[in-house]
Design a protein around this ligand. Structure first.
Ligand code: ADP
Length: 450
């Protein structure tokens, strides 16, 4: 096992990793930018190192500074959390060259899944259905037009390096195709420095259903069921739940086993998420994330398996002790991502939290690095915290979620709490009857109360 883990992240996920390390008796090193001097992960870690000024490129993405921090503190492993360097294969390789373990998948798998065209090819080879679309990068408008004739409109143009919904554009007709391609290409170039694009059939009312997996790199792999992340705004998830209201036990086992099999043949190491769109009873692979995800607590609540702890164990070379039959699902969990944003305009709202009170009681979990008096810096993502609620049934879970949202107080900044309070009272949400475009329609007609 590792002696000391450096956590190359900030916010709630840094705290989440720190908690797992403490429970395992592993010493922790926090790193931080000068904007995060007062951050909770810095306060709670055994040691901390300042790695640069506020912009992420100079601090949380600064590989030489992170290497120096490992060297100074003697950390023998790095947990990257999500975002930042978590899906950077080169970072994993550089750490290995310096005899530091990367707590994550093998670099070749990060690279493979980081190119979404390659990822789709691999998924197909491993027996998973993919969204119909181009099999390679689309070089020209003529080629795109030819493909459009095959698949029909509407089409979705996506970036091979995509992430966070960037470089994604819908084309509903031939005249829209040229401008959608140009916009997607410019966006991809600006966001990723790589502008390869591909086309997919645009699905009109699918659900986003993703399968959590764990592998030990030696051919053992299991699935931990699904999360339904269909409530999205601009392709960004806001609320996630598990199990999905759209699946029955047979469908769950079937897709889970297919995915676990694919991971076994890849010899996948660590935690990962295989994402699908689900429509008319069919699953279509869209991408795989080779890291821990924001919404991982949903799975933890319904399986009682600590995903971060398992990540650390298998990264240290331990065998996966869990077998598929050990994974038992119980009850229902829902997560709300509470962002420091105006709930109507979604404009970021950094600033000082004047009052902070988290809900409690049976089945309630709050993963957050916020506290009363904490000043949310303007440089990073706007996640203030995650409220995760568990119940024996979906109905009980929703009842608890309602009252937990009513108890939650975050004053001094705008947050998305009023949006969630309204959402849990919507009949479609109560019925579990929604798809990936539902929230956009809801937002167009919603009037929120403070
Ligand atoms: P990113 O890596 O940018 O998050 P994804 O491929 O994971 O991109 O897609 C993000 C979201 O975009 C999906 O959850 C879904 O809501 C939407 N999306 C992706 N592909 C399609 C498609 N073919 N048709 C309709 N919506 C899609």
């Amino acid at each position: 096992m590792f002696d000391k883990i450096l956590i190359a992240n900030r916010g709630e996920i840094a705290l989440r990793v720190l908690r797992a390390c403490k429970e395992l008796g592993i010493a922790t090193v926090a790193v931080h930018s000068t904007a995060d001097d007062d951050a909770m992960h810095v306060r709670l870690a055994d040691e901390s190192v300042c790695i640069g000024p506020p912009p992420a490129k100079d601090s949380y993405l600064n590989i030489p500074a992170l290497l120096a921090a490992c060297e100074i503190t003697g950390a023998d492993a790095v947990h990257p959390g999500y975002g930042f360097l978590s899906e950077n294969a080169r970072f994993a390789e550089i750490l290995a060259e310096h005899n530091v373990h990367f707590i994550g998948p093998k670099p070749e798998h990060i690279r493979l899944m980081g190119d979404k065209i390659e990822a789709k090819r691999t998924a197909k080879r491993l027996g998973l259905a993919v969204v119909p679309g181009s099999e390679a990068a689309v070089a020209s408008e003529e080629e795109a037009s030819r493909l459009a004739a095959d698949f029909g409109f509407p089409l979705l143009i996506k970036a091979a390096a995509g992430g966070g919904g960037r470089g994604m554009k819908v084309a509903r007709s031939q005249p829209e195709l040229a401008s959608a391609l140009a916009t997607a290409r410019a966006e991809a170039k600006a966001a990723f420095g790589y502008d390869a694009l591909y086309l997919e059939k645009y699905l009109e009312a699918p659900r986003h259903i993703e399968i959590q997996v764990l592998g030990d790199g030696n051919g053992r792999a299991i699935h931990l069921g699904e999360r339904d992340c269909s409530l999205q705004r601009r392709h960004q998830k806001l609320l996630e739940e598990g199990p999905s209201p759209a699946l029955n036990a047979g469908e769950r086992d079937d897709i889970g086993e297919k995915v676990a099999d694919a991971m076994r043949s890849l010899h996948y190491l660590g935690a990962g998420t295989v994402e699908f769109l689900h429509q008319d009873g069919q699953f279509y692979f869209i991408e795989m994330n080779t890291r821990i995800q924001v919404e991982h607590p949903v799975t933890e609540m319904i399986t009682d398996i600590d995903l971060v702890l398992e990540q650390i164990r298998v990264a240290a070379g331990a065998e996966l002790l869990l077998e598929q039959k050990d994974v038992r699902f119980h009850g229902h969990a829902i997560e709300c991502r509470i962002n420091a944003e105006n709930p109507v305009s979604f404009r970021p709202s950094p600033g000082r939290i004047l009052h902070y009170h988290t809900p409690g009681g049976l089945g309630i979990r709050v993963d957050s690095a916020a506290y009363q008096g904490y000043e949310i810096p303007p440089y990073y993502d706007s996640l203030v915290g995650k409220l995760i609620v568990h119940g024996k049934t979906r109905t009980e879970c929703l009842m608890r979620l309602k009252r937990a949202l009513d108890e939650f107080v975050i004053d001094g900044i705008d947050t998305t709490l009023p949006l969630f309070r309204a959402l849990v009272r919507e009949q479609d949400i109560v019925d579990g009857d929604y798809h990936i475009h539902w929230l956009q329609d809801f937002l167009a007609r919603a009037v929120l109360e403070e």
